[in-house]
Design a binder for this molecule. Structure first.
Ligand SMILES: [Zn+2]
Length: 315
C-alpha cells in the first residue's frame, strides 16, 4: 500500500499565508477508487474524525493483511480549510456557502475555485462520500440524504452504509449547486451523510459510519472481498416527504430533551420540555405524535416560537 499526501489546490492569501486543500491517498492497486470528503462547512468536524479513523484502520489492516487494498481510497478532510481553521461555516471573507458554489470555476473567486478543483479531482471516482455534521443547533443520528433523481443508483449503496435513516428528498428541496448534486449529475455517485452536531465529534457515530464505509469499499472492490469486516448492525429506515414529521416549538424558552435512546420512540412519548428561565414553569411538553425514529433532536437549548426541535420518521 502506497500512501501519498498532496494538495489539490494552493492559493496565496494576502498576508503570505497559503490556503491548501490537502488530500491523502491510500493506493493498493489499480482497482476502484473511493473518496471521503468532509469540512465543506468549516464548523462541521465529525467527518474529519471519520477520515482519521479510516486512515488508522487502513494502516492497521495493511499490517495484518498486506495487499488487502485492491484499489484506492482518497481522504479530503477539509474542503473548506480556511473555514475549518477559523471555525466558520462558510468560506471566510467571501462569506459564501461552498456547498452552493458547485460545479465552480477555475478562474472564479476562492469558493468557486475550490469547487472546480474538487470536481476535477473527484470526478470519475467509483464512489464519493460527503460527510456533513448538521450545525450547532441540531443533532442528527447517522443518515444519508438522497435527491430523488438519483434514487435508483444511490439507495442500494446507502442501504449498506450502516446508517439509521435514508432520507429521499423531493424535487422542491433539490439544491443543484452542492458537491453531491454536481457529481451525481455528471455520473460520479456521491452519498451525502449527515450525522452528529456542529463543532463536536461523536465517536459512537464515527465508528458506526466507519463500518458502513468499509462495507461499501468492499462491495465496490476497493478492499479484498474475503477480508472479514465488523458486521453492520444498522438497517436504515427509508424516509421521504410522506413519513417525515417536524416538531416546532410552540413557545419560546429553553428546550430540555427527555430522551436518551432515540432510535425508536413510542406514540405520545415525552421527547422534551420547553421551560422558563424566569420561573419554575414548564411552558410546553414536546411529545412524539407517532411511533417513530427520532432522527433529529435540538441540541442548542434556546428556542423561539417555531424553532425546529425534532424530526421524526414514522415506523
Ligand atoms: Zn454541512
Amino acid at each position: 500500500m502506497e500512501v501519498t499526501q498532496d494538495s489539490i489546490l494552493t492559493l496565496e492569501l494576502p498576508y503570505r499565508e497559503r490556503a491548501e486543500i490537502r488530500r491523502t491517498t491510500f493506493r493498493g492497486g489499480d482497482g476502484p477508487r473511493m473518496a471521503l470528503v468532509s469540512g465543506v462547512h468549516g464548523d462541521e468536524l465529525e467527518g474529519l474524525y471519520v477520515c482519521h479513523r479510516l486512515a488508522a484502520w487502513l494502516e492497521e489492516a495493511e499490517r495484518e493483511n498486506p495487499g488487502m487494498l485492491r484499489g484506492s481510497i482518497e481522504l479530503y478532510p477539509a474542503l473548506n480549510p480556511v473555514g475549518v481553521d477559523s471555525l466558520q461555516r462558510f468560506v471566510p471573507v467571501f462569506d459564501s456557502d461552498l456547498n452552493r458554489s458547485f460545479p465552480g470555476r477555475a478562474d472564479g473567486l476562492l469558493p468557486r475555485r475550490i469547487a472546480a478543483a474538487a470536481m476535477e479531482h473527484l470526478s470519475g471516482a467509483d464512489l464519493v462520500v460527503d460527510i456533513h455534521a448538521s450545525n450547532i443547533f441540531l443533532r442528527e443520528i447517522p443518515q444519508i440524504r438522497i435527491n430523488h433523481e438519483f434514487t435508483s443508483t444511490l439507495v442500494p449503496l446507502a442501504e449498506r452504509a450502516n446508517v439509521d435513516v435514508i432520507w429521499v428528498h423531493g424535487s422542491l428541496t433539490v439544491l443543484e449547486a452542492t458537491v453531491a448534486h454536481s457529481l451525481n449529475a455528471t455520473g460520479t455517485p456521491c452519498l451525502v451523510v449527515e450525522m452528529g452536531v456542529g463543532m463536536r465529534v461523536t465517536p459512537s457515530f464515527t465508528e458506526q459510519l466507519l463500518i458502513g464505509v468499509l462495507h461499501l469499499a468492499q462491495r465496490l472492490g476497493v478492499i479484498a472481498p474475503d477480508l472479514e469486516l465488523e458486521a453492520r448492525r444498522h438497517d436504515p429506515i427509508l424516509a421521504d416527504d410522506n413519513n417525515v414529521s417536524y416538531l416546532n416549538a410552540e413557545q419560546s424558552g429553553l428546550f430540555i430533551p427527555a430522551v436518551d435512546h432515540w432510535r425508536a420512540v413510542g406514540s405520545g412519548q415525552l421527547l422534551g420540555r420547553i421551560v422558563s428561565p424566569h420561573s419554575g414553569d414548564v411552558l410546553s411538553e414536546v411529545r412524539s405524535p407517532t411511533s417513530a425514529v427520532l432522527f433529529t433532536l435540538r441540541e442548542y437549548p434556546v428556542v423561539y416560537e417555531g424553532s425546529l426541535m425534532a424530526r421524526l420518521v414514522q415506523t
